[in-house]
Design a protein around this ligand. Structure first.
Ligand SMILES: [Fe+2]
Ligand SMILES: [Fe+2]
Length: 302
């Protein structure tokens, strides 16, 4: 039995891969040799493999009996994981993997169409497509939580966080113009909102049956790297890389980056009444949960 996995940057490479895989299966070729040939022929940009099931690392369809709240349909299996999954019933069919399309992104974020600058509109979609190619496990953007420790049922999904950032940006622009004559560029704030957390698609993986964040992975810095790779404006890339208090902080060097950093935690439905609030979570994420400021404070006048 073999499992066919296809992932390509474009339709042509995916079609070639599917055709070559079909021939390999039809004529009972050595799967490892075919996998090597395709890797060499198609390069790293389009990955394809015809693999003996459970024989090595790779993305596998998740056990449908695991309760993941529907957040992940596939997981990255190590050889050790594969051995344990040998206990599952064998699959006789094949899996044709797909990545997020423009329509998938626009369905989750219809407001992207409101971005006036066509390049930023395209960038907002392309960043999501790019992260999806690097981890095709997430086939439904609506199913992504803000963080694996923030269940959607309690805190809402990542889409709501992004939409909140867009809406507050829209409110911010006229306020800053009226009060301080600061002309914020709404397109920049909208595009930053749409792309800033996209690398969570790469960061959140299924491990031992549950969705977890890859330790040490900084989705802010990685998203900015993708923005730059795709030719996005440098000021926007900086806004993205400096958007998070979690993990290594990139100090904001611009007005937009500073405001956006403040906006991000404000747009989370995560409050002390529900458990750990956003501020406490960020302190813990950086190992700053001690000192407990209020308990240690002594008023100079007392
Ligand atoms: Fe973030
Ligand atoms: Fe965010």
């Amino acid at each position: 039995m073999v499992e066919v996995r296809v992932r390509g940057r474009n339709f042509a490479s995916a079609r070639l891969a599917v055709w070559r895989s079909f021939l390999a299966l039809r004529f009972h070729e050595d799967p490892m040799r075919v996998a090597d040939e395709l890797t060499l022929g198609l390069g790293r940009a389009s990955s394809l493999a015809v693999l003996p099931s459970n024989s090595q690392s790779g993305w596998r369809e998740s056990n449908p009996h695991l309760n993941l709240g529907g957040v992940a349909r596939f997981h990255y299996a190590t050889p050790a994981c594969s051995r344990s999954s040998d206990k599952q019933p064998a699959r006789s069919d094949s899996i044709l993997r797909v990545v997020l399309t423009d329509s998938d992104v626009l369905r989750a974020f219809p407001g992207i169409k409101d971005i006036a600058d066509a390049r930023l509109r395209k960038l907002s979609i392309d960043v999501w497509r790019s992260v999806s190619e690097r981890n095709p496990a997430w086939t439904d953007i609506e199913a992504i939580p803000p963080h694996p420790t923030m269940p959607i049922a309690i805190h809402g999904n990542l889409v709501k966080h992004v939409v909140a950032m867009v809406r507050i940006s829209e409110a911010l622009v006229p306020i800053y113009r009226e009060l301080w004559k600061q002309d914020l560029d709404l397109d920049t704030f909208r595009a930053a909102s749409y792309v800033h957390d996209a690398a969570k698609v790469i960061e959140f993986v299924e491990k031992d049956g549950v969705v977890a964040a890859i330790p040490g992975y900084n989705h802010a810095i990685e998203a900015a790297r993708i923005v730059r790779e795709l030719g996005g404006p440098e000021p926007l890339a900086h806004v993205v890389e400096a958007h998070s208090f979690a993990g290594a902080l990139v100090v904001p060097r611009t007005r937009d980056a500073q405001l956006f950093l403040m906006l991000d935690p404000m747009c989370l439905n995560v409050f002390p009444e529900q458990g750990l609030g956003v501020v406490e979570r960020h302190l813990k994420a950086n190992g700053w949960d001690d000192p407990k400021t209020l308990e240690r404070y002594r008023s100079p006048g007392a």
